[in-house]
Design a protein. Structure first.
Length: 368
């Protein structure tokens, strides 16, 4: 029996942890899971709704660190997580993704001599101004087992000198959740609630500090969204960070006045899945959405200069357009004018069985 602590903290963690928790509960002869929520995200619509939508149990432990500077937040998770790890003495701590809670969880476990498994290892944007890139690099350096979603991630890790025997290509665990909930999500009424009916629409998400913490960049992107909204309704569920900076930059009224741009609160997992899986076009600076649109065959424009998920570009669903308003508008128009021919892409091991491959590997690696 392996005792495993699974760490979650921020919104993009929940859809990666849920399949692991579900598989461990199903394989209860082999696993005793403990779910630890750091509290990096704490709003109902950034956290609780995801636990509910993804059938995650109430966390066994809530560290309730809340928002702070990245340094204070990472340090708070470490301080509060340390006694949990020390008391529980797990065989493994499993961390997912690339948020501050990922690195903090991994570093705490390593300091206490507990083995760490990193799910979604090896992704690299090669942009060290992104906090996530630092979290990815450091977590991968200290993890004992690195579970990668795609071959490019294996190559990145080998090039950084990570021993081959620590690396295992298991596929994309987030797609386990996507496959499981896609059908259920279709009964969401979100499109009716938003008055979209059966018409075509675009969906946008924005929250990267490089896009939303700079007035000029944010204002430029919003201008581009206004142009696009002249052609197709644009739905924009606004992340709390983005809501805050829109207000700080005095842009709230300007944004609200753009015709056809529907500003809404962040959505839960199922409503958001229902929304983007039926969209004509998605514009985003998220990492996970680039992957989800690839699997569903939805055209995606990534409003960044780079991606740590190049497989979504080679698959042909994702275009890295950057943040220049002109380029965003042109790319969107090109996409809207071209006949919709994108078919869902099949990427090796993005098949809904990644969680079980991870569990098999943990069993094979054994206890402490
Ligand atoms: C974090 C992750 C990012 C991930 C994103 C998804 C890091 C470095 N960043 O970014 O990789 O893509 O989550 O959402 O870990 N806030 C609320 N309510 C909440 C959470 C946050 O209002 O429940 C506000 C606070 O003002 C906070 C700000 O959002 O200061 C930013 O939150 P934070 O967790 O620091 O980073 P994100 O931008 O959400």
């Amino acid at each position: 029996m392996l005792k495993v602590i699974i760490v979650v903290g921020a919104r993009p963690n929940f859809m990666k942890a849920a399949p692991l928790v579900e598989a461990m509960k199903r394989r209860k002869q082999e696993f005793a899971p403990l779910l630890v929520h750091t509290g990096q995200h704490y709003d109902q619509m950034m956290s609780d709704v995801f636990l509910k939508d993804l059938d995650l149990p109430r966390p066994d432990v809530s560290l309730e660190v809340g928002s702070d500077s990245p340094v204070a937040q990472t340090a708070a998770v470490m301080q509060k997580f340390e006694p949990i790890v020390a008391n529980e003495e797990p065989d493994w701590v499993v961390v997912v993704g690339d948020v501050n809670s990922t690195l903090a969880g991994a570093l705490t476990a390593v300091e206490l001599g507990v083995k760490v498994a990193h799910v979604e290892a090896g992704l690299r944007s090669r942009d060290r101004s992104m906090p996530e890139e630092i979290n990815r690099l450091l977590t991968d350096q200290i993890a004992d087992l690195l579970f990668t979603p795609s071959e490019d991630a294996n190559e990145n890790l080998l090039a950084e000198g990570i021993p081959r025997q620590r690396i295992l290509l298991v596929g994309n665990v987030m797609i386990d959740s996507l496959n499981k909930y896609l059908e259920k999500a279709q009964s969401s009424t979100i499109r009716t609630i938003l008055g979209l009916g059966d018409s075509e629409y675009a969906v946008v998400t924005l929250h990267r500090p490089s896009n939303v913490d700079n007035r000029e960049t944010l204002s430029g992107i919003i201008g581009a969204l206004g142009e696009i909204a002249n052609r197709i309704p644009v739905v924009f569920p606004v992340h709390p960070r983005t809501k805050k900076t829109i207000a700080e930059f005095g842009l709230t009224e300007k944004v609200a006045a753009i015709p056809n741009l529907k500003i809404i609160e962040p959505l839960g997992y199922l409503d958001f899945l229902a929304l983007y899986s039926n969209a004509r076009l998605v514009l985003t600076d998220s990492g996970g959405i680039q992957e989800e649109t690839t699997v569903l065959g939805i055209p995606c424009l990534t409003l960044r200069e780079n991606t740590e998920r190049p497989i979504t570009v080679t698959a042909g669903t994702n275009v890295i357009v950057g943040t220049s308003p002109d380029k965003i508008t042109k790319a969107a128009i090109t996409c809207l004018e071209s006949p919709l021919k994108i078919t869902p892409r099949q990427i090796p091991f993005w098949d809904g069985h990644t969680a079980d491959r991870i569990l098999d590997a943990l069993v094979a690696a054994g206890s402490a």
